[in-house]
Design a binder for this molecule. Structure first.
Ligand code: SF4
Ligand code: SF4
Length: 522
């Protein structure tokens, strides 16, 4: 049985924890330090984006600054996490040879999660590994894991939710709606749990650490002994600390673009969410810049930067772009556990589809607000959409018809419903207001039965992202235009909204609607 080191690292700032991670991994990869397991604790509380995520996309910076929540970026992939003084993390830093693999596999993540399920069982909690890399209790996540590598060494880390301040987490993180969609539920509280919620009390930190230590000793067949940092490690750590405090590190992933030059798309795969931001030179039909971000793990870490560099400057040609991405996957220059080439390019294709809409004279900013179901923009426009669907949330909150079908086009100030209705009628469309999710489904079925060739609808993008599959299943070609203002998703009121009870007012983007109707009817 091998002996591993278990240093007692105390709560630290986020920058210190990140610097220590690099220290342990780098010196392990040079064979200068023993295999190690350490616990992570943060003080002050922190939010950490994954290696491939951008702070601007994932974190509510203003809130965190006001509340003294530190912001930093991990050296490992995965999603953004909120780490207050109640959370405990664990890390495994070891030779790859110990696991006899060069790249992490699903099986390896299972092996790494099993010590934590063992430790939970010591508290009487039945937990399970959920591929690709989480631990859950009856469908609710209690621990997530991530990792990275350097030469012949791995660093894996995981979190153990001990107690959980959901409200602060929701305010500190921007939870992407595509993530909610994958889980098919709207509330964070229904998909995450913690020791306190499971047990009805918070166990002592010492007891949790002992249980995890026992789990790792049993699961990996090792003996953990207390150990200090070596003098090499202390020196390396001191040298690295300023780097992890710098903006250069924290904002290393930071898509910079003008809205008028860029389109974005996101896709939630089982292995994580992938976002593409394509900054384009339309006249030259070239990719000026590209940012691929998300909460997936990739090996080696910098492979994604190399892929972005290889794509930058390329012609906007799907086959050409696919060729570059495919070569990275085929030649194993990038490995994303649980995700292959075909899934990886789904959001790239979506973004390219948006760019094609510009051929109709639409600005890229407008193209970015358009989604399509069951056809391309071009084929749907050619079908001459005959129905316009408008959401009840755009009706004035004092309107008698707010929660009913119809609109009297009364000219009420601040209500975009009337003008949108008028635009539709002008192009001889049948205009319908949608008053609930059920109503939408019923109308789509009726439209299909009566031979409607295609439709144009207005809804928020989060709704479309969440129900893309439903729109496809309805079987009717449709163009969906984003609406303005705070959505029910921003306010965590999607349930109320689906039942037709959302009380805030959104706005139909009349300029966008007018432009699309012009493209369709001239
Ligand atoms: S325009 Fe239509 S929805 Fe808006 S207040 Fe008037 S009747 Fe109501
Ligand atoms: S999901 Fe909410 S904000 Fe979006 S269109 Fe429906 S009611 Fe409006």
């Amino acid at each position: 049985m091998g002996t591993w080191r278990l240093p007692d690292t105390q709560p630290m700032t986020a920058a210190e924890n990140m610097a220590l991670d690099e220290t342990l991994l780098e010196l392990k990869s040079e064979g200068k330090t023993p295999n190690t397991i350490r616990f992570l604790q943060f003080s002050p509380r922190s939010v950490l984006v994954g290696y491939h995520q951008s702070v601007a996309e994932e974190i509510r910076k203003g809130y965190c600054e006001r509340e003294n929540i530190e912001i930093n970026r991990r050296i490992t992939g995965g999603g953004a996490i909120f780490f207050d003084e109640n959370q405990l993390g664990w890390e495994v830093i070891c030779d790859k040879a110990f696991f006899n693999v060069h790249l992490p596999t699903r099986r390896l993540f299972k092996t790494l999660c099993s010590p934590v399920t063992t430790s939970l069982s010591l508290f009487g909690i039945q937990a399970e590994f959920r591929p690709p890399n989480d631990i859950e209790i009856e469908g609710r996540k209690i621990s997530g894991t991530g990792g990275t590598d350097a030469k012949n060494a791995f660093l894996f880390q995981g979190t153990m939710l001990v107690d959980f301040d959901v409200d602060t987490m929701l305010r500190a993180l921007r939870i992407p709606v595509e993530k909610l969609k994958a889980k098919e539920i709207d509330s964070i509280r229904e998909r995450v749990t913690c020791l306190n919620w499971e047990l009805g009390y918070t166990p002592l930190l010492w007891d949790i650490k002992s249980a995890i230590k026992h789990g790792f000793e049993k699961g990996l067949g090792i003996r953990l002994v207390p150990g200090e940092m070596t003098s090499d490690e202390r020196l390396f750590f001191k040298k690295k600390r300023p780097h992890y405090r710098s903006r250069q590190w924290i904002d290393a992933v930071n898509p910079r673009f003008q809205k008028r030059d860029a389109v974005q798309s996101a896709y939630k795969a089982e292995a994580g969410m992938i976002r593409f931001t394509l900054v384009v030179n339309l006249p030259q039909k070239r990719l000026k810049d590209i940012y691929i971000t998300g909460d997936f793990l990739s090996f080696p870490s910098r492979a994604l930067y190399d892929l972005e560099a290889a794509l930058r400057g390329s012609p906007l040609d799907r086959t050409h772009l696919h060729g570059i991405v495919r070569s990275f996957f085929d030649e194993k220059r990038i490995t994303i556990p649980g995700l292959g080439f075909h899934e990886f390019v789904v959001p790239l294709d979506q973004a390219l589809e948006k760019i094609k809409i510009a051929d109709f004279g639409l600005s890229l900013e407008h193209c970015n607000l358009i989604s399509v179901a069951n056809g391309s923009f071009q084929t749907i426009i050619q079908k001459k959409p005959s129905v316009l669907l408008l959401p009840y949330c755009a009706k004035h909150t004092d309107c008698d018809l707010r929660y009913h079908k119809g609109c009297k086009m009364c000219g009420e100030d601040g209500c975009t419903m009337g003008p949108a209705w008028t635009l539709g009628l002008k192009d001889r469309m049948k205009v319908l207001s949608i008053i609930s999710f059920e109503d939408l489904w019923t109308e789509l079925q009726k439209m299909k039965k009566s031979g409607v060739p295609a439709y144009i609808g207005c809804c928020c993008q989060p709704f479309f992202a969440k129900h893309m599959e439903d729109f496809k299943k309805a079987g009717l070609p449709g163009i969906l235009l984003d609406i303005d203002n705070t959505t029910c998703y921003d306010l965590d009121q999607a349930r109320e909204a689906y039942a037709g009870k959302f009380e805030s007012q959104t706005r139909v983007n009349l300029e966008l609607l007018g432009t699309v109707l012009k493209a369709a009817f001239g």
